[in-house]
Structures are given as structure tokens and as C-alpha cells.
Design a protein around this ligand. Structure first.
Ligand code: FAD
Length: 182
């Protein structure tokens, strides 16, 4: 059984991090969670093209759930030398906003990086965005003076929805780079 997982960490010798969701009824992901230190897993070489295309160009990253994984990898690697980047990250609950402190800290350190977390089920303590990422698309795009490239990662339904919204706004195919998890 083979499954694809995005690398969630920047280049670091022979080590890498993954960001995994346990799909309760899934075949492989529960096994990943059951792995013990020292167990072996067969891994193919890294594949794919979901990478920062033009690092100096403004970019908007839109991710939900574990779709945050490639964005964390790219941000930690590219942010010091990149053009302006906005990260719009959607989750259900506050605890689903993975790496929140790390992104907030990056936003403080890099004025050209903006972090917009949004959740669909807020609690009283939540002070970020409310609703799905689609509801915050205009705010994420508005941050950039020139039209950004838009990178989308997550489940098919969200990716297709955001792509349709961007096409309505006149975005061209090559400005929309996406990765679907299902
Ligand atoms: C290019 C690519 C990169 C991926 N990167 C990641 C990653 O970084 N982290 C990760 O957790 N998954 C990632 N996935 C999804 C992963 O490959 C598996 O599909 C997922 O782990 C479920 O496998 P499974 O065998 O447990 O479930 P299966 O028995 O194959 O059942 C599939 C079910 O799981 C759902 N599903 C798939 N992925 C997720 C998810 N992340 N969250 C919730 N439901 C899901 C599908 O909609 C489907 O209903 C990626 C997929 C692709 C194609």
C-alpha cells in the first residue's frame, strides 16, 4: 500500500518531518500513527512539483488541515529571501490551526509575511478569522499590490472551490498552483 505525504520541514540533511491526519477508517494513516520508534517504513524518493515557482513574486498560500504541510516547508526555507507571502490557513477548531505559534512568530520576524488563520467552529477565546478559507480569499489577495501566484493545498472540495473563485476573478491557469490530497 502506497500513500503520498508532503514534506512539512525545510531541507535538513537526511531528516524530514511529516504532518499527518489519522483517517479513522483509512488503511494506511492509522498504521503511521501506530509506528514505534525503530520501526522501518519503505519510502520512495521525493516527487512532485508543488514548489515555490518564482520566489521573488508575491504569493498567496491557501491550505486547510494537513494541507499546511508543504507551506510550512516552503515558508521555513524561502521566507528570508522571498517576495511578499500571505498564508491563509483554515481549520475546524482552534487546536486544528497547526504550527500557529511558529507562523505567528514568523509574521513578527518577517514584515513581508502575513498569517491569516480562520476556523469554522470558534470558541470564546478565538480572535482570528471565522468561516472557511473561501470567505477570506479577497482579504488575502488584497494584501498584494501586484497579482500574486496562488498556491492551494488540501482536500479536493476546497481546492476546486477556491480555483473556481479565482477563475471568476480573472486569474489565469498558470497563476494557480495546487495539490489535492484526495
Ligand atoms: C500529493 C499528496 C500529498 C499528501 N500529503 C498528505 C500529508 O502531508 N498529510 C496527510 O495526512 N495526508 C496527505 N495526503 C493524503 C494521504 O496520501 C492519504 O490519502 C491519507 O493519509 C489517507 O490514507 P489512508 O490509507 O489512511 O486512507 P484510505 O483508506 O486511502 O481512505 C481515503 C480516505 O481518506 C480521506 N483523506 C485523505 N487524506 C486525508 C487527510 N489528510 N485528512 C482527512 N481525510 C483524508 C479521503 O478523502 C478518503 O475518504 C496526501 C495526498 C497526496 C495525493
Amino acid at each position: 500500500m502506497t500513500r503520498a505525504y508532503s514534506i512539512a520541514s525545510p531541507p535538513n540533511g537526511n531528516r524530514f518531518a511529516l504532518c499527518l491526519n489519522r483517517v479513522a477508517e483509512g488503511l494506511v494513516s492509522p498504521r503511521m500513527f501506530a509506528l514505534k520508534p525503530g520501526e522501518h517504513v519503505e519510502v520512495n524518493e521525493p516527487l512532485g512539483y508543488f514548489t515555490l515557482r518564482q520566489s521573488e513574486k508575491p504569493a498567496v498560500f491557501i491550505g486547510t488541515g494537513t494541507g499546511i504541510a508543504p507551506f510550512r516547508s516552503i515558508l521555513l526555507n524561502a521566507l528570508p529571501q522571498s517576495g511578499p507571502i500571505t498564508l491563509l490557513f483554515g481549520a475546524r477548531h482552534p487546536h486544528g490551526v497547526l504550527y500557529r505559534e511558529e507562523f505567528e512568530e514568523l509574521a513578527q520576524r518577517h514584515p513581508h509575511f502575513r498569517f491569516i488563520p480562520t476556523i469554522t467552529r470558534p470558541d470564546d477565546a478565538w480572535s482570528g478569522g471565522i468561516g472557511r478559507v473561501q470567505a477570506h480569499l479577497d482579504a488575502a489577495l488584497a494584501h498584494h499590490e501586484t497579482t500574486p501566484d496562488v498556491y492551494i493545498c488540501g482536500m479536493k472540495e476546497m481546492v476546486d472551490d477556491v480555483r473556481a473563485l479565482l477563475k471568476q476573478k480573472g486569474f489565469e491557469r498558470k497563476q494557480i498552483i495546487y495539490e489535492k490530497y484526495d
